[in-house]
Design a protein around this ligand. Structure first.
Ligand code: SF4
Length: 350
């Protein structure tokens, strides 16, 4: 039977493992993304490929070395390169000497059914529906937990305690085997993080941009944590559940996003470029500033970045744009964040 792996994107490992195991499919997750992963991917990827492409290629190579022989990843279409990832990566893996089968999930239930059948050796629609439903319950709780972490870690003095509580609950969620266990974890989220040691002044920053860079701490050099440790709460609209909804119902919600963007952008430009502008505009009165992040050469976010100066000028909202690639240095990112937060504080105090 095939042994399946998948690309990392934030905490996606938890639901993917849950779903595959529920479907009796053998799975080997890649090791957590690291400089070693990037180095491997970079060696074979075209120089101008976007950073997620290089990291994912490295993920597959590392998983292959652990015994995985098949890859499950999402497909796509539209004005961005994501739809070409699978085919190109398959070719590059062969060039690099990795014999792996690539299964690209397209947005079509019959196609997904065929893939599951091939990977598990049999297929039952009831079982697949049940597994999807169970996995979806975990994803919703996981997103809620992360939202709490990003909000509260920025508000309390004892940040390590919040992190420890978060990690314990995440582990429990990973191991949960019943709906009852998931419900209990959700109840615990409401109780576990109490603000009993709040910082003096609270700031909130929205984190927007290309979804992989927003969700994957290795790619953004743990930006949300860095902001939290500067006593800043982080709010983000992009989550794993958001990505999955978009994947299975492409185009849904676009009209709403265009309306929320208030004329600064009028159409879908691929990836999450439209979301970036729509978020910046619609959150302008709810947050103290916005950090916009993207990988080098990301086409949709290049469009968004060209519009951002006009939004800043008209709406008087502070926005810091950061571009990430394999040469991005942690110290440089930290310095720019500190300067940005100081500027916001200075402007608020005037
Ligand atoms: S959204 Fe940007 S980073 Fe992601 S695949 Fe498209 S071009 Fe690359």
């Amino acid at each position: 039977m095939p042994v399946v792996t998948f690309p990392h994107m934030g905490k996606m490992e938890l639901p993917v493992k849950t779903f595959l195991r529920e479907m009796d499919i053998s799975v080997i997750p890649p090791p957590q993304s690291s400089q070693k992963t990037l180095k491997k991917g970079k060696e074979y990827a075209p120089e101008f490929a976007c950073l997620p492409f290089k990291i994912n290629l490295g993920n597959y190579m590392e998983a292959a070395e652990l015994g995985a022989d098949s890859i499950l990843m999402g497909g796509g279409f539209g004005p961005c390169r994501f739809g070409f990832y699978g085919e190109l990566q398959k070719y590059l893996l062969q060039e690099a000497g990795y014999e792996m089968e690539m299964y690209i999930l397209e947005k079509n239930i019959f196609h997904i059914k065929d893939i599951i059948k091939e990977l598990s050796g049999n297929f039952s629609l009831t079982k697949m529906t049940r597994s999807f439903h169970f996995t979806w319950s975990k994803i919703k709780v996981m997103d809620k937990l992360t939202e709490k972490l990003y909000n509260l870690r920025g508000q309390v003095v004892n940040k390590e305690k919040v992190e420890n509580d978060y990690n314990k609950l995440l582990k429990k969620l990973d191991e949960a085997e019943t709906y009852r266990e998931i419900d209990l974890i959700e109840q615990e989220i409401d109780n576990f993080l109490q603000i009993d040691n709040a910082v003096e002044k609270k700031l909130t920053i929205a984190l927007v941009g290309e979804i992989y860079t927003v969700l994957e701490p290795f790619t953004n050099i743990d930006l949300a944590r860095k902001l939290n440790y500067l006593d800043v709460s982080v709010y983000q609209t992009l989550t794993l559940s958001h990505w999955l909804k978009n994947f299975f119902t492409p185009g849904s919600g676009q009209k709403k996003l265009v309306n929320k963007a208030a004329g600064y952008i009028n159409s879908f430009v691929g990836g999450h470029g439209l979301n970036s502008i729509s978020d910046i505009y619609s959150l302008k009165d709810k947050v103290d500033g916005v950090v916009h992040i993207m990988p080098f050469t990301c086409m949709p976010e290049i469009v968004a970045r060209a519009i951002i100066p006009e939004v800043i000028e008209n709406e008087n909202i502070p926005v810091l744009s950061l571009i990430f690639d394999e040469h991005t240095a942690e110290a440089g990112v930290k310095t720019r964040l500190e300067a940005f937060i100081d500027l916001i504080k200075y402007n608020k105090a005037r």
